[in-house]
Design a protein around this ligand. Structure first.
Ligand SMILES: Cc1cc2nc3c(=O)[nH]c(=O)nc-3n(C[C@H](O)[C@H](O)[C@H](O)COP(=O)(O)O)c2cc1C
Length: 127
């Protein structure tokens, strides 16, 4: 049985990807919650934490926001290395490095119980 890992109110999971969704940076909270080492995360596609309950439309929307240079916010269910899962309130946005390289950053905090409840209902209808 998979268990829900609840974020602490101070947890902040941060990652940065290139424009193909390859992880280039992962902070300590990301490693701790998802159960991966930094070495395992960096260089992998961000879909390595994708949970099957997440509708494809959510990520389509995220990527279209990145394309349009808009900030995306959403409630995301992610899978840990051991099969457990965790919900986050994610904010994803574009950054441009000093050399002009474009990247995407995601900052995730603990969602409210209502946000998770509404996401479960919405994602069931989308799946
Ligand atoms: C900065 C950034 C952070 C992302 N974070 C997640 C995440 O936490 N979980 C997730 O499933 N997908 C995340 N994605 C989306 C994935 O890149 C991917 O589109 C998604 O997991 C769907 O995978 P698929 O294309 O293999 O179906 C993120 C993308 C970006 C650009």
């Amino acid at each position: 049985m998979s268990r829900e890992i609840k974020l602490h109110k101070d947890t902040m999971i941060v990652s940065e990807t290139n424009t193909k969704g390859i992880i280039l940076y992962a902070n300590a909270d990301f490693c701790e919650i998802a159960g991966y080492t930094k070495d395992e995360l960096i260089g992998s596609g961000h879909n390595m934490v994708r949970h099957n309950d997440m509708p494809k439309a959510a990520f389509k929307d995220l990527w279209s926001h990145m394309q349009d240079n808009k900030v995306w916010n959403g409630i995301v269910k992610n899978k840990c290395k051991n099969g457990d899962y965790y919900w986050v309130n994610a904010t994803v946005y574009n950054v441009t490095k000093s050399d002009g390289e474009k990247r995407h950053v995601s900052v995730r905090v603990k969602p409210t119980e209502l946000e998770v409840k509404n996401a479960i209902t919405l994602y069931k209808t989308l799946n």
